[in-house]
Design a protein around this ligand. Structure first.
Ligand code: AHR
Length: 491
């Protein structure tokens, strides 16, 4: 068996990766506009030109030790090499995301709430990207992952105005509640309408109809993900934003107005998707924010959602549109983009590929998931989009070994190919060391004469699988479908 692979930059490709930090960073911009940041969180960069403190804290699996990752320079990018050396040979989670603002609203891992059990920290190395030409890490959330700072300092309460944005990804989303960043309850519980004011990003259409299939930037104002004062979408052109890097913005004067904007974080300007009255249902006008900060879950810790987080801020006061525009320009200047290829191989993290069986006579079989199992099955360019998506995997840096790779499901973001009990399965990443190891596959030379030995080989638990790369939904071409019965699982 063997596997060939050729690097094709895929979903996360597109950034220049060479931009430089601007003199005025998002919190400088909002501060100068009279709406200072009361929270500034990022695992990738400083959000003030003068900031040179810690960005996030790592916790290491091998011995439980913790360390901070700061910036390379004041106002610069994360010192990812610090993470790589601290976590070498083991795994780390992000234990705390620090607040860069003078409010010190740091975000530890969120404990249990009324709607969900205690969360895990995100795997620290699951989302390598480039920013400002530097290799850094975003925060990749699977289910049951979240952060919370209860009773934060300076964050709006009881109808006070505020704004917020985050840079997230439109390629790692789902329709479960609730991938949020923003204002939430002090007690981790649903305390009623208007008690939250947070950006939500995902494909959950809480108030049908929605336009398109998302993911949408929405306002989680508690007991609803709002796209307008009526809840549902009044904007047929807002079909969602599935760009690899998305700027998601929400602002709310707390009394009678809120606005939702989104944009491509790699280029262009923000689009206002809604600006108008507060929801007409009882409890939202005025708002009743409680002033805590949530990241990755709903207010009551509904934590089935997945998502990505690179940076985000919250302001005191309603930001001006001019300040929002300047912040978007600064985000674009970062040049968020695909990571460099993984060490020791050409399987590019972020690329999308299919895994083709190389058993003689069965050249049209690909590893796909069906229910929660992974099987080989005939898939071709004529297959349905669902079948092709089920046979498509996004290459991620190896969850247990940075020199290897992991395969995230294209159709079930946050789920990975793993072996378990002598079978290949598709399962949600749970952050455990066992899962990480089971979901990590290391390139090695091909064994068969059919596959060139000079190319790297993945050996998913001894299976017969050849990887073929595509930059879009594979397989988009290939041999005529066979009528022969599919093989069983590839283990
Ligand atoms: O408003 C949507 C969600 O509903 C909130 O995030 C959560 O607290 C509640 O379940």
């Amino acid at each position: 068996m063997g596997a060939t692979a050729t690097l094709v930059l895929g979903l996360l490709a597109g950034g220049t990766g060479t931009s430089h930090a601007a003199a005025s960073l998002p919190c400088d911009i909002y501060g100068a506009a009279g709406t200072p940041c009361v929270a500034a969180h990022s695992t990738t960069r400083a959000l003030y030109a003068s900031f040179n403190g810690p960005l996030y804290q790592l916790k290491r699996a091998s011995d439980g030790a913790v360390t901070d990752v700061g910036t390379l320079t004041a106002g610069g990018y994360a010192d990812a090499a610090r993470q790589d050396s601290f976590c070498a040979g083991t795994t780390c989670v992000i234990n705390v995301i620090y607040d860069q603002s003078p409010r010190h609203n740091h975000m530890p891992i969120e404990p249990a709430g009324t709607a969900g059990p205690a969360n895990s920290g995100v795997p620290a190395d699951a989302l390598p990207v480039t920013a400002g030409g530097h290799q850094v890490y975003g925060a990749s959330f699977s289910g049951r992952m979240g952060y919370r700072h209860t009773a934060a300092s300076g964050v709006a309460v009881n109808g006070r105005p505020e704004g917020m944005y985050m840079v997230t990804s439109g390629t790692h989303v789902n329709g479960l509640c609730c991938f949020d960043y923003g204002n939430a309850e002090v007690r981790i519980a649903d305390t009623g309408n208007g008690h939250m004011d947070a950006i939500n990003f995902g494909t959950e259409c809480w108030f049908p109809p929605c336009s398109g299939s998302g993911p949408w930037v929405q306002a989680d104002l508690e007991n609803g993900l709002f796209q307008s004062d009526s809840g549902y979408s009044k904007n047929p052109s807002n079909t969602g934003n599935s760009a690899p890097f998305v700027t998601a913005l929400l602002k709310n004067n707390g009394q009678n107005y809120f606005a939702i904007k989104d944009g491509n974080a790699q280029s262009g300007r923000l689009t206002t998707q809604y600006a108008g009255p507060e929801p007409s249902r009882p409890g939202y006008s005025p708002m009743h924010q409680e002033g805590s900060i949530v990241l990755g879950t709903g207010g009551d810790n509904s934590n089935g959602s997945i998502g990505s987080f690179f940076e985000g801020v919250m302001t005191s006061g309603l930001p001006t549109d001019a300040a929002d525009d300047a912040v978007q320009a600064n985000v674009v200047s970062v040049g968020y983009g695909a990571p460099s290829p993984v060490a020791g191989g050409t399987l590019g993290a972020g690329s999308t590929m299919s895994l083709r069986a190389t058993t003689p006579g069965y050249t049209d079989r690909y590893v796909r998931h069906q229910a929660n199992s992974a099987v080989t099955s005939v898939v071709s360019s004529g297959s349905s989009a669902l079948d092709k998506g089920d046979a498509s995997w996004i290459v991620r840096r190896g969850l247990a070994n940075a020199s290897c790779v992991s395969f995230e499901s294209r159709n079930y973001p946050g789920d990975f190919l793993r072996h378990y009990n002598y079978q290949l399965l598709r399962q949600p990443m749970d952050g455990t060391a066992v899962f990480r190891a089971d979901a990590t596959f290391c390139p090695r030379p091909a064994r068969t004469a059919r596959a060139p030995r000079s190319r790297p080989t993945t050996t998913p638990t001894g299976s017969s699988a050849t990887t073929r790369t595509r930059s879009t939904s594979p397989p988009t071409e290939g041999p005529t479908p066979s009528t022969a019965p599919p093989h069983g699982p590839t283990t």
